[in-house]
Write a protein that binds this ligand. Structure first.
Ligand code: MG
Length: 248
């Protein structure tokens, strides 16, 4: 059952999304060689609390931090640490959720640290393009497969791997609601309707599709250890399009 949001829920989700965007705006400014992912986490936590929201990820299934900070071959769910210091040329994916009065906003962005090489820049550009192309397709009555087909097509056109085991999701009172959103066509029969909210989040790799989980039981890395990128927005389906609730 895919839940349609009430007017009040939409209002609260917009505020949750705004707070997620505030965090990303700050991350964009402070991500530089020499800063630790622990410091990024602390700053994200303070922004969320200062805006009367709660960090959705903190404690979720035991996750120990406010943000997921995933560097280079790390795809998602990297754990911030004082020992993880950003270096020139890294790419870092920051994923963050904010819960405002019980409603969730969820958004991820991959940032270059200092100067990044052209292959990594292409990876970031293409993954962002995949996200935005998918969002452009969304409107009341569209089949979800048509939406995620955009992600698959952009990935293929750029010769990038598509992470298969993780994907987007419905979002609202819970971070993860129905439907699950694969980042490729599956023959889905799911039809998006006005006032549904979903997180669209392509994860694309410079190399192969395959990933595995490190011994910390959280960090997902690419099997060939090539870099990965992750871009995510929480969106609201409208009659004639989609409203991005986490717009940076
Ligand atoms: Mg998500």
């Amino acid at each position: 059952m895919i839940h349609k949001k009430s007017r009040e829920e939409i209002k609260l989700m917009k505020e949750a999304g705004r707070i997620v965007a505030l965090v990303h705006n700050e991350m964009k400014n402070i991500i530089k060689p020499g800063i630790s992912t622990y410091e990024l986490d602390k700053i994200a936590h303070d922004i969320i609390r200062d805006n009367k929201a709660f960090p959705t990820f903190l404690g979720y299934n035991g996750f120990p931090a406010t943000i997921c900070a995933s560097i280079n071959e790390q795809v998602v769910h990297g754990i911030p640490s004082k020992d993880t210091i950003l270096k020139d040329g890294d790419v870092i994916s920051i994923d963050v959720g904010a819960t405002f009065k019980g409603l969730v906003g969820d958004g991820a962005w991959t940032y270059g640290v200092g100067e990044i090489n052209s292959a990594n820049q292409k990876l970031l550009n293409a993954t962002e393009e995949a996200l935005m192309s998918a969002i452009k397709k969304i409107k009341n009555g569209i089949n979800l497969d048509e939406v995620v087909g955009e992600i698959e097509d952009v990935a293929k056109a750029n010769n990038l791997g598509i992470v298969r085991q993780y994907g987007g999701h419905g979002v609202g009172r819970n971070m993860h609601e129905e439907p699950f959103v694969f980042n490729y066509r599956t023959g889905s029969k799911v039809i998006l309707k006005s006032n549904m909210a979903v997180a669209i989040e392509p994860m694309l790799n410079l190399g192969c599709d395959d990933v595995y989980v490190l011994e910390d039981d959280w960090t997902v890395v690419t099997k060939d250890h090539k870099p990965s990128a992750h871009f995510e927005h929480t969106i609201l389906v409208t009659d004639d399009g989609a409203e991005i609730l986490t717009k940076i």
